[in-house]
Design a protein around this ligand. Structure first.
Ligand code: AMP
Length: 582
């Protein structure tokens, strides 16, 4: 098998690759890296995502740029903000040990002025979306005269999204002396036209799709309240006693938390995330590879280098931010002709994200009910019974058998079985004795049920209004949130976020004060931790946090925070803040 050393990459880059956990170059890397390192040729590559194409162009480009020059030398255009950020992130990782390397990402959807700062010291590598780049050029913040490498990534997608004109303009404004590398999953006429008009005798290659396992993977989702995610995860794992899988989390913190809880609860699990040293990561990965570990809780980035072919399940503890990451995750199961299942744990408001994924992967998810305690116990018991039936017992037990049989002679078979099975399952049976139903109605699938529930919900709401409305929240504590009007926060949005974070619409909220860049609100003491924790899980990856206000007793709030109040007198504010949540 080929190695990265053989491709002609320098030591500093090899070190970056090694840290990413890549062991061998993919076919496209084997072909493209040496070509771009040694020849100044244009390239058209038919390659899909997941083939390792980013490293295929990224590695030789990084090696070829002159880092002593502070001028843009490589430009990578891609269709979306996510892809653009991903490319920049990946190149930074590969170039971690390249001194004076500067890689920036320029994309729409974020104030352009904020991105000006990135250009104060000119970067050598720019990953950009076409629209934002043109905007920068028009504002004379950037010039493309010094570009040596122009990469068009996912060219077909860019043209599909209507960037043809923008791309033509950009291609016109880059020095003709550049090397152009075009990557596309398909080759429609529009892409071929770009190749014909703007490239010189391009070298052409086609790379087969990496096994994304698409035909072998079944997609399922479980819908629960956000605060029940962990409980649902345990049930899912328990109902699949032979599971061998990766549980994907969004942040390092979430990864650590989930793994710790699982280990504490007696599961054979461990965590893989970026805070671990390389040696620690290797140990965990090896344990998992040889199946000494049943469940690996991981972030997308940390699990990249891990190649395991026989995973039974992928669990999305939280869905990733983009569909592409979902396909990467799910493509880790159903490999090598085996069947696999990709599971997502979602709450009601994430239903549309399932639809988004379905559109891209062109497959439907199956909605599964979260199993109840009895179902879990039944599955586990029968799995155990099967194991007893099919156990291959070591011959070393023979010398003890006569004595054991004698000791148990006065027990009938049924009593014996009951004791053996009962001993093994005391904890499980006890845990699931009064296990609550974790299912929540799914708006589309369960419309009938929703109609039925609506009436009783309305009754509940009225009850709540009567209880909380006048007197306000009992034992109120004041919470601080690091997001405010400038970030688009409004009282209604805040209430919606609390719903999302807790999955509990019955929590009373009062005293909402939305300031410029932060906000306060009050809830009863016994909901405070639930909300703080819920925010960490739901929005932590966006750095949105809730914590107790420094003086969190609600009585002092007008004195403490009055200086930053915007508009509206006290009366108005209180009227607004007492609004009930629906
Ligand atoms: P791409 O096709 O560039 O979107 O890459 C797909 C995924 O494969 C990314 O997560 C890369 O980090 C990862 N990857 C790229 N090259 C390798 C490699 N040689 N070995 C293992 N993973 C890789």
């Amino acid at each position: 098998m080929a190695t990265f050393e053989e491709l002609g990459l320098e030591e500093n880059i090899l070190q970056g690759i090694q840290e990413m956990g890549f062991e061998h170059p993919t076919p496209i890397q084997q072909e493209v890296v040496p070509l771009i390192l040694t020849e100044k040729t244009d390239l058209v590559a038919l390659a899909q995502t997941g083939t390792g194409k980013t490293a295929a162009f990224g590695l030789p480009v990084l090696q070829n740029i002159d880092r002593s020059q502070q001028a843009p030398q490589a430009l990578i255009l891609s269709p979306t903000r996510e892809l653009c950020m991903q490319i920049a992130g990946e190149l930074k990782n590969y170039g971690k040990y390249l001194k004076n390397l500067k890689v920036v990402a320029l994309y729409g959807g974020e104030p352009i002025v904020k991105q000006f700062k990135l250009l104060n010291t000119p970067p050598q590598v720019i990953a950009a979306t076409p629209g934002r780049l043109l905007d920068m050029i028009r504002r004379k913040k950037i010039s493309l005269e010094t570009i040596d490498f122009l990469v068009l990534d996912e060219a077909d997608e860019m043209l599909n999204m209507g960037f043809t004109e923008d791309i033509n303009q950009i291609l016109e404004s880059v020095s003709e002396d550049r090397q152009t590398l075009l990557f596309s999953a398909t080759m429609p006429k529009a892409v071929a036209r770009i190749a014909r008009n703007y490239m010189q005798n391009p070298h052409e290659i086609t790379v087969g799709a990496k096994n994304s396992g698409s035909d072998n993977v079944t997609h399922e989702y479980y819908m629960v309240q956000a605060r029940n995610r962990y409980l649902a995860l345990k049930r899912i794992v328990d109902i699949h006693p032979d599971i061998y899988g990766i549980i994907f989390c969004r942040t390092r913190q979430e990864t650590k938390d989930v793994a710790e809880k699982l280990m504490h609860d007696g599961y054979n699990a461990d965590a893989l995330h970026g805070d671990l040293s390389q040696a620690q990561r290797d140990t965990v990965m090896n344990k998992f590879r040889v199946r000494n570990l049943q469940l690996l809780v991981a972030t997308d980035v940390a699990s990249r280098g891990l190649d395991v072919n026989d995973l039974t399940h992928i669990i999305n503890y939280n869905l990733p931010d983009d569909v592409e990451s979902y396909t990467h995750r799910s493509g880790r199961t159903g490999r090598a002709d085996k069947k696999g299942t990709s599971i997502a744990i979602v709450h009601q408001r994430e239903k549309y994200r399932i639809r988004d994924i379905e559109r891209v992967i062109k497959k439907e998810f199956e909605k599964k009910p979260v199993p109840n305690g009895e179902e879990v116990c039944r599955t586990q018991l029968f799995h155990f019974v099967d194991r007893i039936e099919n156990a291959e017992v070591q011959p070393e037990i023979e010398p003890f058998m006569a004595e054991i049989s004698e000791k148990l002679a006065n027990m009938d078979t049924e009593a014996l079985i009951r004791n053996v099975v009962g001993l093994e399952f005391t904890r499980l049976l006890d845990y699931y004795k009064n296990a609550p139903n974790l299912n929540v109605p799914d708006r589309r699938n369960d419309r009938d049920r929703r109609d039925r529930n609506d009436r009783s919900n309305r009754r509940d709401r009225n009850d709540r209004r009567n209880r909380g409305g006048r007197r306000g929240v009992d034992n109120a504590v004041r919470l601080y949130m690091n997001m405010g009007a400038k970030q688009g926060l409004r009282p209604a949005k805040l209430l919606g976020m609390i719903n999302d974070a807790t999955g509990d619409k019955s929590i009373e909220v009062q005293g909402i004060d939305v300031m410029k860049s932060f906000a306060f609100f009050e809830v009863s003491e016994h909901h405070a931790e639930q909300i703080i924790e819920g925010f960490q899980q739901e929005f932590g990856h966006k750095n949105i946090e809730v914590e107790r206000a420094q003086d969190s007793s609600s009585r002092n709030r007008s004195r403490d925070y009055s200086s930053d109040r915007r508009g509206g007198g006290r009366k108005d504010r209180d009227r607004k803040s007492r609004r009930k949540r629906r």
